[in-house]
Design a protein. Structure first.
Length: 710
């Protein structure tokens, strides 16, 4: 008999490594990050830890950095020594009971609980083939098995996968997925071909071996062996491929070092130390060995050097041996290794597809923190090139540098190259990842002018007028989007809404079947995210335009991970009122339902009935929208603009937008009073729209993208 408690249990899975070096940490981190896009609150349960104290976990530390603040709850139950003692004493049931109790505590507060299997315990649970599979069965969660492919042929890997499937089935547990990790690059395709899909008919992800994931950083090596930093610049997070001993003449030493190496050199070899620090191809770091005096010239070279320098008062052989024994951990938090690991996961595994097998559903209330995390994740997946015409604005440059640094979008900043670069330097911002384009000197000028002339010749525009307009950054940016050299544009920090929208309407135009370009704000309230439309574009919409606003706003909600339930707002609810304004909303509701038949749409409805469950159930009992609306369509611009500003100011809500709806390609407007955060959010929203547009035909034939800066 299923109890009420069991029926309420959240989704969950146990991730276990089938091999001592399977790379289970990579899979755990990848699935945790992907799960955060679907679940507001995730639990990470570590039943049996390898650490001497159950509170220590590099995976937990890294997960807390990757996930939104407050999204992760963790629990550790037993150390390996404690579990083995209990099993040896015939008290295996106590191990299971304590794990179940910890699971229950996490289950009470989480949408999903991921259980990290153990590789530390040697004593098996009596009568069980594998302690992790036993725990999965007792917790009633499916297993994600990570198979180590390192050093195995594709044929042996395929055999191993079959064995894992049989082991899980014979233990009467459920296998959610098999992930094969650390496969030799040359054998990846052959391995995929040899492994059949499982009983779920789903493919098995095969991840290639990535040597950089095994490389420790300079800081990790120094910390592990107890070396003390004594000077030098450089990044201590750089990864080390090899340890090199330099106890020979300078010329010989320089011939064996280089990028990727950590050099160990005796303290009395001052000329060697100075030569290494001055070499054009410098190592990642230097460790000076021995308890000997360093001469003054060498001390000055260390202080002025470009690489970090450490000291350890042990002999050279001992230092080199200890440094070479340090091994990398994905969960250690090194940013370079973390990015490489997640890039490998994204390229070769579909975490969302694995999670979908649990049939997880998004919660009704999408919190702002989770929405922000999802927004960034969706933007990163879109790989969008977003053009920013206002390259002279500090807010634009700050936002662009921030987004480029996180790898979320590829910003194309318009402006005179030296002026933009100088302003970036003055602000202390890196130019890495930014593409700076000067419309006045761009080699694309002729192509874009021809495109503009073709688009506007029927309105009387001459070739000379088109050539002159292309020199304007806004027109240049719109034309980059129109011709496919960019995926979207954000402007308006120093221009009016009309300056931004007019070129987009005249060149890019509307999507097929759409006659109305409207807008929506993404309103991030303290406990939920809502869509407000239209608060920025159409002053007095007709019923047909209101219907298009409703359909467009529902599509916008869905694009940003919200379940659309549309309220067509009025001063009356249902059939309780009459008058021209109410009748217009009633007519618009019918038209909107025809445009979006798969979306719950209610109207006319008052705001309180749309947002408050008690009021909504009283005024419109049985309505799927009343009390549960996520999309609010206002009857006119005056009402919408006033309401969004009132809600924003009185509740502290963050308003992202306006996001324009209906254009063939995304162009979005900023307020001239926008903050850097506003710019960041609008660029991310534009990138998400661009990603959605790539999945659906837009009616515009775009050329292949190229380097627009040439």
């Amino acid at each position: 008999m299923t109890t009420e408690r069991e029926a309420m249990m959240p989704g969950g899975m146990l991730i276990t490594g089938m091999g001592e070096t399977s790379g289970k940490s990579l899979v755990t981190i990848g699935l945790l990050r992907d799960a955060a896009e679907r679940c507001a609150h995730i639990g990470l349960l570590r039943p049996i830890t390898s650490a001497s104290t159950s509170g220590e976990s590099r995976i937990v530390t890294l997960a807390e950095r990757l996930l939104p603040e407050g999204a992760l709850s963790t629990a550790a139950v037993l150390t390996a020594a404690e579990a083995e003692d209990l099993i040896a004493a015939g008290r295996a049931e106590e191990v299971i009971d304590r794990v179940l109790a910890a699971w229950g505590r996490l289950a009470d507060e989480c949408d999903l609980v991921i259980v990290e299997g153990t590789g530390a315990i040697r004593g098996a649970v009596p009568g069980e083939p594998d302690v992790n599979i036993a725990l999965a069965r007792h917790l009633d969660v499916p297993v994600v098995a990570v198979v180590d492919g390192h050093g195995r042929t594709p044929e042996r890997i395929a055999t191993r996968v079959r064995m894992v499937r049989r082991t899980v089935a014979e233990a009467h547990a459920t296998l959610l997925a098999v992930v094969v990790n650390r496969v030799a690059e040359a054998g990846v395709e052959r391995t995929r071909a040899l492994i059949p899909t499982g009983t779920l008919g789903r493919p098995v992800p095969v991840l290639p071996y990535a040597a950089p994931l095994t490389w420790p950083s300079v800081a990790e090596i120094a910390d592990a062996i107890g070396a003390t930093r004594v000077g030098g610049g450089g990044d201590v997070d750089h990864l080390v491929r090899r340890i090199t001993v330099a106890a020979m003449e300078v010329d010989h030493a320089l011939s064996v070092i280089g990028a990727g190496s950590l050099v160990v050199v005796p303290a009395d070899r001052g000329e060697v130390i100075r030569g290494i620090l001055a070499a054009p191809l410098a190592p990642e770091g230097v460790i000076i060995s021995g308890d000997l005096h360093v001469d003054e010239a060498t001390a000055r070279a260390i202080a002025a050097g470009r690489v970090p320098v450490y000291r350890l008062a042990q002999d050279t052989f001992t230092v080199a041996q200890a440094a070479g024994a340090v091994r990398a951990e994905i969960g250690s938090g090194n940013p370079l290794r973390t990015r490489q690991a997640l890039r490998l996961w994204d390229e070769h595994a579909d975490g969302a597809e694995i999670l979908s097998r649990l049939e997880l559903a998004l919660p009704d209330q999408l919190t702002p923190e989770r929405f922000a995390f999802q927004l960034a994740a969706r933007a990163r997946r879109a790989h969008a090139r977003i053009v920013l015409p206002e390259g002279e604005d500090d807010r634009i440059l700050t936002a662009a540098a921030h987004l480029a640094g996180r790898g979320l979008v590829h910003p194309i900043v318009l402006g005179e190259r030296d002026a933009v670069a100088g302003r970036l330097a003055a602000l202390g911002l890196p130019a890495d990842g930014l593409e700076i384009v000067d419309p006045a000197t761009s080699p694309l000028h002729e192509e874009l002018a021809a495109a503009l002339h073709r688009a506007r010749a029927h309105k009387g525009m001459t070739e000379a007028q088109a050539a002159e307009l292309v020199r304007d950054p806004t027109w240049f940016g719109v034309l980059l989007v129109h011709t496919g050299h960019a995926d979207g544009m954000v402007s308006g920090a120093a221009h009016t809404t009309a300056d931004t929208i007019r070129p987009a309407l005249q060149v890019i135009g509307t999507r097929d079947g759409v006659r109305t370009v409207s807008s929506a704000f993404l309103m991030c309230l303290p406990d939920r995210v809502l869509v407000y439309g239209d608060c920025a574009v159409i002053p007095q919409p007709t019923p047909a335009q209101l219907a298009e606003i409703a359909a467009g706003s529902a599509a916008t909600a869905r694009a940003f991970g919200l379940d659309p339930r549309v309220a067509m707002l009025s001063y009356s609810t249902g059939a309780s009122g009459s008058g021209q304004a109410v009748e217009q909303v009633r007519e618009a509701t019918g038209l909107a339902r025809a445009l979006a038949p798969d979306v719950p749409i209610e109207g006319p409805i008052q705001y309180d009935a749309a947002s408050n469950v008690r009021i909504g159930s009283g005024k419109l009992p049985g309505s799927p929208v009343a009390g549960h609306a996520t999309v609010y369509v206002f009857p006119d611009l005056n009402t919408g603009n006033t309401t969004y500003k009132a809600v924003q100011q009185s509740s502290g809500a963050v308003a992202i937008g306006p996001v324009l709806q209906g254009l063939r390609r995304p162009v979005n407007d900023l307020s001239r009073g926008c903050t850097v955060d506003d710019v960041v959010n609008t660029i991310l929203a534009t990138a998400v729209q661009a990603g959605e547009g790539k999945d659906a035909p837009t009616g515009v034939s775009a050329p292949a993208k190229g380097d627009v800066s040439a």
